[in-house]
Design a protein around this ligand. Structure first.
Ligand SMILES: Nc1ncnc2c1ncn2[C@@H]1O[C@H](COP(=O)(O)OP(=O)(O)OP(=O)(O)O)[C@@H](O)[C@H]1O
Ligand SMILES: [Mg+2]
Length: 220
């Protein structure tokens, strides 16, 4: 079976080389340089020993999480490993439709690939309203990969104290401004496995690159 990397067109050119670590901004530079160092060493060392079975990128929108995650899988593919990109929402929709006999567009292949491919990039984890089905599905996916020692690279906007986000008194529940915590969207069991498998890379506090580009374009 040929497995395609599935990288969306917008990210086909994303690489370490064209990632800007914002030397003009000390706060962003510190976070982004650290992100590049950790991501780069994962891409270089993956396959030698099993120190870390993945990466968890955590941070606000537009801070380069998907860009760096794609840069990592492109390197791994160059090194001969099989890596596949899945958008979390899209994957869940494809799995759901595969269980719906009426839809006729069953797509079990996507789920099997996500379960068994060598390296899975799961983009925008938790970007879906929670139902028991969603929580069960993501838990089985992550548990399967965990039990089989298969790497996962994932990105999320959701907050988590383990990712350096401020803990909130009273437990892991969304704060008054409605920002969700990872555990609320994927459940405690999936979260627990993810933190054991992955090194965490936080881009929290970095300025949104899309908004910055838009502003610069408007000034020209
Ligand atoms: N530091 C950077 N250098 C170069 N390009 C960047 C950088 N940060 C982001 N970009 C570009 O900006 C766009 C948004 O970045 P990206 O999609 O990686 O953000 P994200 O953190 O995944 O956001 P979201 O949480 O909304 O998915 C992409 O086109 C990406 O290539
Ligand atoms: Mg993204």
């Amino acid at each position: 079976m040929t497995v395609h990397a599935n990288i969306p067109p917008l990210f086909r050119n994303a690489s370490f080389e064209n990632f800007n670590t914002r030397p003009d901004n000390p706060v962003a530079n510190r976070a982004l340089s650290h992100a590049v160092t950790v991501a780069n060493s994962f891409a270089r060392e993956y396959g030698y020993g099993a120190k870390s079975q993945g990466l968890l990128f955590i941070g606000d929108p537009g801070t380069g999480k998907t860009h760096l995650a794609v840069a990592v899988i492109k390197r791994l593919i160059q090194r001969g490993f099989q890596a596949v990109f899945f958008d979390y929402q899209n994957l869940l929709e494809r799995i759901r439709s595969s269980y719906d006999p009426a839809s006729g567009t069953g797509d079990r292949g996507a789920y099997r690939t996500a379960l068994d491919c060598e390296v899975l990039l799961l983009d925008d984890l938790g970007a879906h309203r929670v139902t028991d089905w969603v929580e069960d599905t993501v838990t089985s996916l992550i548990t399967h990969r965990y039990n089989n020692n298969k790497a996962i690279i994932t990105t999320t906007n959701l907050r988590d104290p383990e990712g350096g986000d401020a803990p909130i008194p009273g437990g892991l529940q969304s704060d008054v401004s409605g920002r969700y915590y990872l555990t609320e969207r994927i459940g405690l069991r999936a979260r627990s496995r993810l933190f054991e498998m992955c090194r965490t890379i936080s881009t929290r506090g970095v300025e949104d690159y899309r908004i910055r580009k838009g502003r610069e374009a408007a000034q020209r």
